[in-house]
Design a binder for this molecule. Sequence first.
Ligand code: BEZ
Length: 325
Amino acid sequence: MNWKIMLVAFAGIGVALPAAAEEREFRLGLITPPVHVWNQEVAALNETLQEVSDGRFSIVAFPSGQLGNEATMLQQLQTGALDMAWLTTAEITTRVPDMAALHAPFLVDNIADAATVLRSEPAREILDVLPRATGTVGVCYAMTGMRQLMTRQPVSVASDLGGMRFRITPAPAIRSFFEMFDAAPAPMPLTQVYDALANGQIDAIDMDFESIINFRYHEHAPNMMVTNHHMFGMVALVSARVWADISEEDRTLISSAIQLHCDRTIDRFVDEEEGKLDRLRADSGISITDNVGPEFFGDIVERWDSTWAEQTPYVARLRDLVAEF
Ligand code: BEZ
């Protein structure tokens, strides 16, 4: 082999081996817009990861469903076309019924208890089935707060909700809840909600304070009932195919960085939830009914539990856990 051929061969090896094994820009998808706390924490995660890896690892985020809706992103993670995503627990319930327990209505009374549940052992156990069920590794949970009801028309009794076309995040456990008070659930991705409200396709939504503020849904659904009817979790996911190519040592480094920003996300939601409600109170375009508890919905908790306890033992486990708080 003459020296020119040898140089090309070595250069080829040099590019293909160390660079591919040690340096990586991870592509991370989210359905939420750049202003959302998740996106802010993903940006911070990028900085953390670059710092702890001496610049070997970084993250490029694809916000606002640029890569498709959550179901599409989950498929991309499974094939390895996408490296990472921060997806709602609601999306994961479609493949992992145990995760539906995290959406049990009125499981917790407040956001601090939601944080405790998300950091609990039973919740962590649910992540263990993700590699087999979804082809992803669930590194940690975070959340986007508690969910409230927003309607175009004022509501005074539960029967007023009957027949309303309620946008929901696509998930059977959430659909059940709305069907149980005779609403007409309309599953659709977050990215379509504002327009669907604006053009009258839907009458009402199930949403968290963070998203209500970000998207100003009250411009078209000005009545908000503070129900806190379920917590809305997030799972930080890595493609199992991508994970398999990463050394044990780097996996520890990456998962610790992700865990740090899951924790910061949870802490921020706990700390900021009350202030977000105050901001909405200060908005003259919204009419707020406080403290709408489970009793407003009759025996819905018992009915939901009896349906979903058949699908997963985690409904009872999480209710038992919360009873100890
Ligand atoms: C939703 O589908 O309602 C949603 C998804 C992610 C963050 C916030 C809300």
